[in-house]
Each structure stands twice: as structure tokens, then as C-alpha cells.
Design a protein around this ligand. Structure first.
Ligand code: OAD
Length: 232
């Protein structure tokens, strides 16, 4: 039997589009990162083996940009929801703008730029803030440090935790994602029939079943959806 829906629980599922208006590039838009960099060079274990310096530079640049960025009105509205609801933010983003906005329960499924990780033992994490990782920076076991991010071909983080939250949510708000990367995007299939389900994004090729699509910018649409929820 499925667990009961929790009337007070809201799940936010976010992607790069929510941080676009904070100045961070998305991946698949025309000005996105995957138009400037080959995915296989910078976001796969094979790319890391072939040219670790290139990979480190790519994420070092992402890290400093994310560190300098500020949360926008969409991140802030999501944090405000906690005044009235239990809120879980499931994010594909490797920035920490949800946390900077004040969200207290953020589940990162694709990792976090602000940590380095041992390339030998994935339990060994080291806080970086905005600092770069260089070739020769090693963990306590002596192996090269790598970014704490999920690359294509690697297992996503916190899948079960994210899935279990979405199963019990009475409202699901998806913001700024093309929903083209699996298994992360597949988590939305676990949202319940009776849950209110909304997607805010600029472009979407395939809308998941049962979701209402609102095309527009996150800062224009998310605060008003959230104000409605806070005021019912
Ligand atoms: P994408 O770049 O694939 O999609 C971003 C989405 O945000 C697109 O649908 C845009 O239309 C939309 N968008 C852009 N600006 C927006 C704005 N101001 N307001 C609202 N929506 C906006 O990014 P993700 O879906 O997050 O994974 O990509 C998923 C994963 O692919 C990432 O986590 C990353 C990437 O490869 C890994 O590297 C493993």
C-alpha cells in the first residue's frame, strides 16, 4: 500500500533554470554550458581520466561563480514556504542558492560544488567554499581530490530519500528544468495522482503526466504561486 499523502508537505524539484536569473548558466539553453563544453569531456568518468585538469578547471569556474551568486526571488519565495509547510527541496543543482535563500531541507541529487571528494573513497568529503581543486590536492588516503558532483554514468545521490519525499507530498512544484536527465527526472513519476503538480519553466519537450505547465521565468511565476499557497 502507498503511504498516506501529507497535506502539509510540499516538494520543490528544481533545475538550472531557477538559478539562471541569479546569473548562473543553464546546460541546454542556447547560451548553456553544454553548447560551450563537450559533456563527455567535463562531465563523465572518461573525461576525468583523459584530462583531469580540464575537468577541475571547469568546476573551479562553476564554484567561484556559484559562490558569488545571490539567490533570486524564486529561491527566496521557496524558503518562505517553510513558514507554513513542511518543505523539501529536491535539486539537481550543484550550487547552494536554495540554502543561501534560507531553505533548510535541501536534497542534492547531483552533488554540490562546495565540497571536494576523494577519488578513492566517496565517503571522504572536504569543504571548499569558493576554493579551487588543483592537480596534486589529495585526500587523507593520498588520492587526488575531485569535485563532489555526479557525472554521466555515475549513480545519482539520495535517490531513495528524494523518491520517498515526493510520494507523500500534497503539492509538487517543479522549477527550471528540462527534465531530460534520468533517473533524476523520473522521480516525478512518483508524485501522487491527487497531489497538485505544477511545472514552471521556459521550454519543455515532454510534460510529465498530470502536471500543469506554466511557461515563464521563475522569478515572475514562482512567488505568486507560493503566495497563493501561503494565503489559502
Ligand atoms: P537544463 O539546462 O537542461 O534545463 C534548464 C531549463 O530551465 C530549461 O527547460 C529552460 O527553458 C529553463 N529556464 C531557463 N531559464 C529559466 C528561467 N529564468 N526561469 C525558468 N526556467 C528557465 O538544466 P537541468 O534540467 O537542471 O547534470 O539539467 C539537468 C542536469 O543536466 C543537470 O543537473 C546537470 C546537467 O547535465 C549533470 O551534470 C549530471
Amino acid at each position: 500500500m502507498k503511504p498516506e499523502i501529507d497535506k502539509n508537505k510540499i516538494v520543490i524539484f528544481s533545475g538550472a533554470g531557477i538559478s539562471a536569473e541569479s546569473g548562473l548558466q543553464t546546460f541546454r539553453d542556447s547560451d548553456g554550458l553544454w553548447n560551450e563544453h563537450a559533456v563527455e569531456d567535463v562531465a563523465t568518468p572518461e573525461g576525468w581520466s583523459a584530462d583531469p585538469k580540464l575537468v577541475l578547471n571547469f568546476y573551479n569556474e562553476r564554484r567561484i561563480q556559484a559562490f558569488q551568486a545571490s539567490p533570486n526571488a524564486a529561491h527566496k519565495a521557496i524558503a518562505k514556504l517553510e513558514e507554513k509547510f513542511e518543505v523539501v527541496v529536491i535539486t539537481q543543482n550543484i550550487d547552494d542558492l536554495h540554502e543561501k535563500a534560507g531553505s533548510t531541507n535541501v536534497v542534492h541529487v547531483h552533488g554540490q560544488l562546495k565540497f571536494a571528494r576523494s577519488s578513492l573513497d566517496d565517503r571522504l568529503l572536504y569543504p571548499l567554499e569558493d576554493k579551487p581543486i588543483h592537480i596534486g590536492d589529495v585526500c587523507e588516503k593520498g588520492s587526488q581530490l575531485r569535485p563532489h558532483v555526479v557525472w554521466f554514468g555515475e549513480q545519482i545521490h539520495n535517490y531513495e530519500i528524494a523518491r520517498d519525499h515526493i510520494i507523500t507530498a500534497s503539492r509538487v512544484l517543479v522549477v527550471g528544468t528540462s527534465l531530460s536527465v534520468f533517473p533524476a527526472a523520473g522521480i516525478l513519476k512518483k508524485a501522487r495522482f491527487h497531489a497538485e503538480k505544477i511545472i514552471v519553466t521556459l521550454n519543455l519537450e515532454k510534460k510529465p503526466h498530470g502536471f500543469k505547465l506554466l511557461r515563464g521565468k521563475a522569478t515572475a511565476l514562482v512567488p505568486s504561486i507560493i503566495n497563493n499557497w501561503l494565503n489559502v
